[in-house]
Structure formats: structure tokens, C-alpha cells
Design a protein around this ligand. Structure first.
Ligand code: AVJ
Length: 353
């Protein structure tokens, strides 16, 4: 969070607040946890994935405390271009992007942030978008508390809400948060890339329902580019992405009481042209047995993996811009505006609900 002394603009706001008459305008964030994070259900889901003929575990299991920090480290790699390029688009073309958004919503929209985390990306838009309320959504409301409390100190009069919801299953907000004014749904980072087209269509349709009363979607999507660039971004020489992927086994050991030996597995990342997606896998270096107990509530079980057998851990779809725009229209959005970097590596799209 911002260090007050290092930010003259912030000092100004704090000073001005002190001189405001007759008010204590400092609001407090509201918090909601929708589908309570059910460890038993999560453990069962992970175990079922391990037992499937083609073993697969959802990428949502990457993000425990260490996994989130490893992802942050990924975004600092030279090879991992998406975060850097999206940030550069939103910085260099912010006025035009925000104009496009406000031309859909009108002034003072509700800003809904999907996968908000530290809320840093959305906070960069506050000054030009002037939201009437900021609604941060993430899988666990606990990820949002600190960030929103910090934001509230910087923006004492702004209404803030944190919602814990696994929107990979279903996106729908509690009444009163985004239904009283046009909403702008912000979904940055190309996280939509984790969804196969049919699932992406479902999520985009639910996002559209949130901003249907004259709002807009502001979304980042990673674009098709040379395979060597894509594969380097997901298999960096420092091994940070390998650590991020292998951390999933640590997470499964904790969640299931499993006995994965991380040294027996290798990180694999390949671009699959047919599906236009990066696939990440964990590949057994030799024949291994994995057992798990009833720790998280999943039934005790085991699985043998042959040498070279893989666990599929992530898909990251790469879109052609025209195909992504067609997907947005199929989800019910009308006009779509596209903002890209000079190389056309990443797309920021503004879609009218
Ligand atoms: C957070 C889903 C956008 O797909 O690029 C980064 C996750 N995986 N490196 C992506 C990720 C490996 C990332 N998303």
C-alpha cells in the first residue's frame, strides 16, 4: 500500500479531509463470503482430478500463499510479457480506454473487479474513472481485506466492498452492490485465458448480466504470437514458472495429505496449435506411486503414474483478436473497441453491454 509521505497527492487528500466540515467521511469496506470455501469439497475435487484417466487438476489450486508469490515473481520475468504489456497499454492509452468505458456507462459507474487480489490494477483507474463504488471479487474474501482497508485510507469517501466467490463456477453478486447504477466489469491479466471457449462464453455472459443496465466490460486477453515467445513465457530459464507449477504438488500434499515427492516431477509447457493454448503439465520422471489419506476429507486413495505420464495443470488460451471480439458479441455485448501494443501481443477490449 502507498506510503503517505512518499505521495504528495495523498498527503493533500489527507490534509483536506481534516478540514472538511461536520463530517467523518471515512467509510468502512463491506465484506461478503458467498460460497464458503469448503476445504472438503476442494479436496474431493482435487482427488477426483488425480484419479481421472488423463490426470488433471484445476489451475485454481496454484494460488496458495506461496503460489501467489511465485506468480508475482513470474510477472517480474523478462520472458513473461502479458502483465508488462497489458500495463503498458493501460498506461499509454488510459485516456482513450476510460473514454470508451465511460461512453458506455456514463459518469460514476460501479467498478467490479474480477480476481482483484491486491486491487492495484483497478486502483490505477480510480483517478480517471471516478467510480461511485468499487467491488472487488476474489476466490477468498480474506485475500481482499488488507488491500481494501489500505485503499479505504487512501480513498476515505469511496464505497468499497469485498466479495469472496469462486466465479470460475458461477459469477453473481449479492443485491445492492452492482444493480443500482451502470457497472463496469474489469477482468484484467488475461485470466479469461484459463477458460476453454465454451466456459469463457458462460463467464462472459454472467459478466454481461452484471453490467446489463448500460455498463461495459473492460477485459485483457492474451493474443496469438510466435510459438517461441509463448513457450519462453511459460518455461523461463530461471525456473520460476517450473516452481509455480511444482508448487501445486506441495499444495496437494497439504490439502490431501498426499506424498508427492516434488523431485520426481518435471515442469512441461507447450503450445498446442490446434486449441491455440499453452498447456502446462507435470510429468513423472520415473514410475511413481502417490498415496493420500483422508486429511482434507477426501477418501483415502492412491494412483500409480508411469514414467513420462503427466498431470495436466493449466490451459492458457491465446486468442486472435477477431475471434475474441466474436466471443464477446456471442456473449451478448454489442460494440467492441480494441486497444493493443505496437506488436499486437496483448489486447485490452472495451465491450458495451
Ligand atoms: C494468471 C492465468 C493469466 O495464464 O498467463 C502464468 C497464469 N501460468 N504462468 C497465465 C500463469 C503460468 C496466468 N494467468
Amino acid at each position: 500500500m502507498g506510503v503517505a509521505g512518499a505521495n504528495p497527492a495523498l498527503d493533500h487528500r489527507i490534509a483536506r479531509r481534516g478540514t472538511m466540515t461536520g463530517t467523518n467521511t471515512m467509510k468502512t469496506p463491506q465484506f461478503f463470503q458467498l460460497d464458503s470455501l469448503d476445504m472438503r469439497r476442494l479436496a474431493e475435487e482435487a482427488a477426483a482430478g488425480l484419479l481421472a484417466p488423463g490426470a488433471a487438476v484445476s489451475p485454481k489450486f496454484f494460488y496458495d500463499a506461496l503460489g501467489s508469490r511465485l506468480f508475482d515473481a513470474i510477472t517480474a520475468l523478462d520472458e513473461y510479457y502479458p502483465t508488462r504489456v497489458e500495463t503498458s497499454i493501460l498506461a499509454a492509452q488510459q485516456a482513450a480506454v476510460v473514454d470508451a468505458v465511460l461512453s458506455c456507462s456514463g459518469p460514476r459507474p460501479v467498478l467490479v473487479d474480477l480476481g482483484a487480489g491486491s486491487c492495484a490494477k483497478a486502483a490505477r483507474l480510480f483517478r480517471s474513472l471516478h467510480p461511485r463504488r468499487y467491488v472487488a471479487v476474489d476466490i477468498s474474501v480474506d485475500f481482499l481485506r488488507e488491500a481494501l482497508e489500505g485503499l479505504q485510507r487512501e480513498h476515505p469517501a469511496l464505497e468499497l466492498a469485498g466479495v469472496g466467490q469462486d466465479f470460475s463456477a458461477r459469477l453473481a453478486l449479492p443485491p445492492g452492490l452492482a444493480d443500482d447504477a451502470p457497472a463496469v466489469v474489469f477482468y484484467p491479466g488475461s485470466s479469461i485465458g484459463n477458460f476453454a471457449p465454451a466456459d469463457a462464453l458462460r463467464l462472459l455472459g454472467e459478466a454481461r448480466a452484471l453490467c446489463a443496465k448500460g455498463g461495459a466490460l473492460l477485459i485483457g486477453a492474451d493474443l496469438v504470437k510466435p510459438v517461441a515467445v509463448l513457450e519462453a513465457a511459460y518455461d523461463d530459464p530461471l525456473g520460476v514458472t517450473a516452481a509455480f507449477n511444482l508448487n501445486l504438488l506441495r499444495r496437494l500434499n497439504a490439502l490431501l495429505g498426499a506424498d508427492f515427492d516434488l523431485r520426481q516431477w518435471r515442469h512441461v509447457a507447450l503450445f498446442d496449435e490446434r486449441h491455440s493454448r499453452i498447456e502446462m503439465h507435470l510429468e513423472a520422471r520415473r514410475a511413481v506411486q502417490v498415496r493420500w489419506g483422508s486429511a482434507g476429507g477426501a477418501t483415502a486413495s492412491k494412483r500409480a503414474f508411469a514414467a513420462g505420464e503427466r498431470i495436466h495443470t493449466e490451459n492458457s488460451y491465446k486468442w486472435r483478436p477477431e475471434a475474441f471480439e466474436a466471443l464477446l458479441r456471442e456473449a451478448g455485448f454489442s460494440t467492441v473497441r480494441r486497444f493493443t501494443d505496437p506488436q499486437g501481443w496483448f489486447g485490452v477490449f472495451v465491450a458495451r453491454a
